[in-house]
Ligand binder design. Sequence first.
Ligand code: ATP
Ligand code: MG
Length: 564
Amino acid sequence: MRLSQFHLRTTKETPADAELVSHQLMLRAGMIRKLAAGLYTWSPLGLRVLRKVETVVREEMDRAGAIEMIMPTIQPRELWEETGRWEKFGGQLLKITDRKEQHFCYSPTAEEAVTDFARQELSSYKQLPVNFYQIQTKFRDEIRPRFGVMRAREFVMKDAYSFHITDEDLVREYRNMHAAYTRIFTRLGLDFRAVQADSGAIGGDASQEFHVLADSGEDAIAFSTGSDYAANVETAQAAAPGPRAAASETMTKVATPTQKTCEDVAALLGIPLQRTVKSVAVMTDGGFVLALVRGDHAVNEIKLGKVAGMADYRLATEAEILAHLGSEPGFLGPIGAKQAIRVVADRDVAAMADFVVGANEAGFHLAGVNWGRDLPEPETVADIRNVVVGDRAADGGEIRIVRGIEVGHVFQLGRKYSEAMKFTVLDETGKAATPAMGCYGIGVSRIVAAAIEQNHDANGIIWPAPMAPWAVAVCVINPKNDAAVNNAAEALLEELQVAGIEAVLDDRGLRPGAMFADIELIGIPHRVVVSERGLAAGTFEYRARRATEAENIGRDELLARLRG
Ligand code: ATP
Ligand code: MG
């Protein structure tokens, strides 16, 4: 490939509307161009990278025994009505009407389409298990498309769907896909983690997400130093606290005239924040509830919502708080309520002794409070808080928190879709059986952006080798247009081709500074300079993308480096 005959268009300026480094660099390298919000054209350069990712994904899916196919992106309403998702999918589903007034949607995922295919194709247990996959464009009408192809509206996804007679076989394939994903992200040279997304009824983890670790990631991931435990902060759990200490203080009312937060109260009283309790007032269908977490902790909304009777809770209004506790916010607590209230205490709060709560009276708190003596034992004790850095994990390790970008998702669907769509096959005994399903997604186009978030420097992108548009750039410096120099560059290009090394010839005739800046910006792993001076010395100037200096080396040494 010759760059003079390729379309490469780079820019020096950082685009003003691009926040993330990956978005900035993809625009500067000319990999993508915006057509409209969340819609991007992949330029010839961008497409080369996208195809590299696809190739690795395809090879590993094939190796894992999945079978490639392709389904339409436009899908009829009737199919989506069968599962109730025409309505339930919500605003992300782009709906279209054709000239005959028939309704369609642009596929955001393809459970319905693949189950429809399966019920036409599969009739016997002998045809199972089977795992169909496609690498296909998806459309989701995201509320806030942003960060370029990271959260686009139209994007490329690899989606796979497996069908099984038994739950055990689904679990086997789920593990098989988990292993394939691990190979894919390892081969792509990414620093990633498999993260527990939900633990379900069948076979332990019913769903795991694969995250590329990056400070700019949208998701916070908690992991343990003690094992490979990792979970989204929304669901992560710390170890249960130890036994409660004995009471040693008597309860006293303390004046806290302007101290409305746990931090301020702790500072005034000269005690650690961990000795204070935060009271969060909420309303449920069953009435007023005070949720208690330690002063240094925060309520986890998802966990609180999972406590019995709390499914539809909302924050209480000031009027509701006044009616139940007789106080304004800032001085709330579980002691001396005006009406009977329910108390839901976090596990750590239930294990506290000699703690501080609001006195339900403006300007006052109660210190030296103890369960069972100053107030009844909490009716409900549950894990309702977010984990924090330094928490003890259940495995004995310590909880750390990092940020991640979700690039893949494996999911045990069970029989939700096959049941709704009345898909059965005959089992070994000749009876109709509803197959169990799994689904497995990879954000192919998002991976390109995620890889850049992890691999870049001040000069541009640094591609992991398997994703690079070309492995080597052969740069020609030949201001005199000396035929010998051009021939040497051509010969090297051919030699690399024979050796199976993908190279591009930069024959655009740019000055060295401009040429090198482009090659670094677009992230080519190896750069070789062919010049009159090198030719005379019998050497090539070689530089790896991450190296700080160029070196002059002979042909054999060069080929060894490029192969290595
Ligand atoms: P997210 O939580 O990021 O919105 P999701 O959980 O809705 O993603 P899935 O339904 O699991 O996404 O889709 C499979 C994969 O497709 C995701 O892991 C992600 O990598 C990718 N993906 C999802 N939405 C987008 C998007 N808007 N732009 C680019 N890639 C996406
Ligand atoms: Mg997901």
